[in-house]
Design a protein around this ligand. Structure first.
Ligand SMILES: Nc1ncnc2c1ncn2[C@@H]1O[C@H](COP(=O)(O)OP(=O)(O)O)[C@@H](O)[C@H]1O
Ligand SMILES: [Mg+2]
Length: 278
């Protein structure tokens, strides 16, 4: 089970969009996947077309982490109903539902015991075989407070999302330092899976400049491909649809980008996923 946090300091850079793009790629590749929606805004839950359900949301699940069962409290993504599969078994794409309640843990001073809550839930499910997932994607809130740190404690990799702009580049440097510190103190196995540049406008001089700056600063942590600004993105997300099933050329090329990105997240060698030590 590969557990990947999708994080950034800032909101609106595309964490949820990248999470959904990777989930769509995993679904189309038939990789059994769980999306954990740790952002109290619960956008990933909405985007994955999850219907209201009487299972525990992620906030209550981690609150009862010593007893609560993951398997009994995940729901299948509504994307599955539109998924074309050729008569074989339906792939697995489950969601641990987000809710405002998880916000109680989003404090800057979360203690060690609280930091382990999500890791405890996942480890137990993994041990008793009730979590049939090859990939777990955790959509984080836009801060480095308790919830993001709880996600990192449960993860082996952190995927950072950044826009090619000044503040975002500076924020990414700070986040990489925070990961490094956190790794030393709490999570020795944690590595940066890389940085995804999102909303890249190919005709923009500023973006070209910032991308080359990112390349210099972050080296091969800057992942290829980068994700361009997509005109119909909000429409696809508004329809709560996987990008791989959306008609048209632009959705097709975006799907191919997420296939590549998923590949690089899943198949990184140990040396490739080294941490930035700037
Ligand atoms: N590559 C993109 N092209 C166009 N719009 C995008 C792109 N990535 C994200 N967006 C839009 O930007 C907004 C913020 O993205 P979101 O994924 O919610 O960011 P975050 O989760 O980091 O807050 C959303 O409305 C989303 O549809
Ligand atoms: Mg989000």
């Amino acid at each position: 089970m590969q557990v990947v946090s999708i994080s950034s300091l800032k909101g609106g850079v595309g964490k949820t969009s990248v999470t959904l793009g990777l989930a769509s790629a995993a679904l189309s590749a038939g990789i059994p996947t769980l999306v954990i929606d740790l952002d109290p805004h619960a956008d990933a839950t909405t985007g994955l077309a999850v219907r209201a359900s009487d299972v525990l949301d992620i906030g209550h699940l981690i609150k009862g982490s010593r007893k609560a069962e993951l398997a009994a409290n995940v729901v299948p993504s509504g994307w599955l109903s539109a998924h074309k599969h050729d008569g074989g078994p339906l792939p697995v794409l489950d969601v641990a539902m987000g809710s405002a309640f998880s916000g109680i843990y989003d404090r800057p001073d979360l203690g060690r015991r609280d930091l382990r809550r999500l890791a405890t839930v996942l480890a137990r499910a993994d041990r008793d075989g009730s979590a049939p997932y090859q990939l777990v994607l955790i959509d984080c809130p836009p801060s480095l407070n308790g919830l993001t740190r709880m996600a990192w404690t449960a993860s082996s990799r952190v995927l950072l999302v950044a826009e090619p702009g000044l503040f975002s580049v500076a924020g990414t440097q700070r986040t990489l330092r925070a990961i490094e510190l956190f790794r030393t103190e709490f999570a020795p196995a944690l590595t940066a899976a890389g940085i995804v540049a999102n909303r890249v406008r190919s005709g923009s001089n500023e973006h070209t400049y910032r991308l080359s700056e990112m390349k210099t600063l972050f080296g091969d942590l800057l992942l290829s491909p980068t994700i361009p600004e997509q005109a119909n993105w909000q429409q696809i997300q508004g329809a709560a649809h996987p990008i791989h099933q959306w008609p048209g050329e632009s959705a097709k090329s975006a799907s191919a980008l997420f296939d590549n990105l998923l590949d690089s997240v899943l198949n990184q060698s140990a040396t490739r996923s080294r941490l930035y030590r700037g």
